[in-house]
Write a new protein. Structure first.
Lengths: 142, 142, 142, 142
């Protein structure tokens, strides 16, 4: 994980996620499926809410084509939110990769990776990423 | 709704809830079931997170015995959170009623009411509300 | 509940619902919000899947305007599904009421009631129920 | 995927999953996170419900340590359930791998892989798989 340590935190998108009662399963920990909600919430923040608030052009359509997720440590109820830190890797004309860490200052709970494809919803077909989209992705890339 | 207008907002518990991508159904609006999550998140804030942050004694066990929920206006994606405003009515020795509004400054989306019973989880039996619990409930009662 | 006992079971829509791991919360019981999913699954069975399988005309748009739900007994993990029994009451030109019991042969876990309005999704406006819709509703009405 | 074709279907665990209204997101397809629920439902069927129905000894505690999931084709509303086919690979003393296909007779929607570790919930520590557990896993292994 040397690459993670060397990257400055400013290049990551930070989403603060409250642990919800509904996240905790009958074992007393955040359920493995619910962590995917944390990643979705962070992506929705990064690709919809943030752009909307900044008055910037939104992305024209994105679909998840793959997730990899490693559960490193159980997360229980806590009053303080955890951070979902997200950054961009491997920007290609039609897709890119997101990497994530769900963590706080002391512990790393989850690491994950998603492949995201640019998609034309109306034509139901792949599309190329636009200039504005590529510029935005580079803000959060290594 | 005259009683609502006359009550000062300071007596309500305010929980800010972001509209999540997962809340929005295939009709493009927050799904009716997902609004119950909004109420649960507000209750978890009010009865767990807030008390934990304040270093106060937590409630000893509560269960929902009834919900009533009225959907007044559809809620779509928005960058700004909505407010879940919660207050307490009809405090009895073994139960109380919560009333809620999910709203922003302009619109009221949902009104709801829950009956909450004090419950002894270990004995799996009803219990009486304690002094500290009753004092806390009164902060948010009319 | 005399009315329930006197109604013949044949007039109710029966939906068998498996208790899912995700339904069970940190108290070890099906969470109160998750039971609303049971009701939604039963409605989706009654108003979409059943009609589709029978090759019948689907409903033209329905929205929930109110839920009332009473939690009568906790439901834990079980290998056998529970039954969501649904029937129709108070058919009006633009809306109707559903009543539900979530139960098995021995126990009643939840009773609930929903007000459902006919809605024209394209015009985003209320609409009147059609002849075919009214006929279908009467199959499950008292 | 040659190995999949050569494996006889009889060695796979088959779980029939209804497409629920709540699974479908604002794009009109089953949401990528919801498919993880399909996998969880299949695992719960395989490791809890089936064993319970057969009167067999249940597993003593399992945790997911990794998921990989590939989205191959969008899945929309349909009246008929899809099949979650699950089989076992790489059985080790303390963990095993599950592979899954979510499919019907014509199409493959999702392929996935999970690493599952044997866990002692009371001691909050890894444990070795027991004889009965290993025997059960072999029923579904290549």
């Amino acid at each position: 994980m040397a690459d993670v340590v060397e990257r400055t935190p400013a290049q990551r998108h930070i989403y603060l996620r409250t642990v919800r009662f509904a996240d905790i399963d009958s074992q007393g920990h955040v359920n493995n499926v619910r962590f995917l909600d944390y990643l979705e919430d962070a992506r929705f923040g990064m690709f919809a809410i943030d752009l909307h608030k900044a008055g910037e052009e939104p992305f024209k359509g994105l679909v998840v084509t793959r997730h990899e997720i490693d559960y490193r440590r159980p997360l229980s109820f806590r009053a303080d939110p955890v951070r979902v830190e997200t950054w961009v890797e491997e920007i290609r004309p039609v897709r890119f990769t997101l990497r994530y860490e769900i963590r706080d200052d002391e512990q790393l709970y989850v690491t994950a990776k998603s492949v995201i494809a640019a998609y034309d919803v109306e034509r139901a077909a792949p599309r190329r990423l636009g200039e504005g989209e590529l510029t935005y992705l580079k803000r959060y890339s290594v």
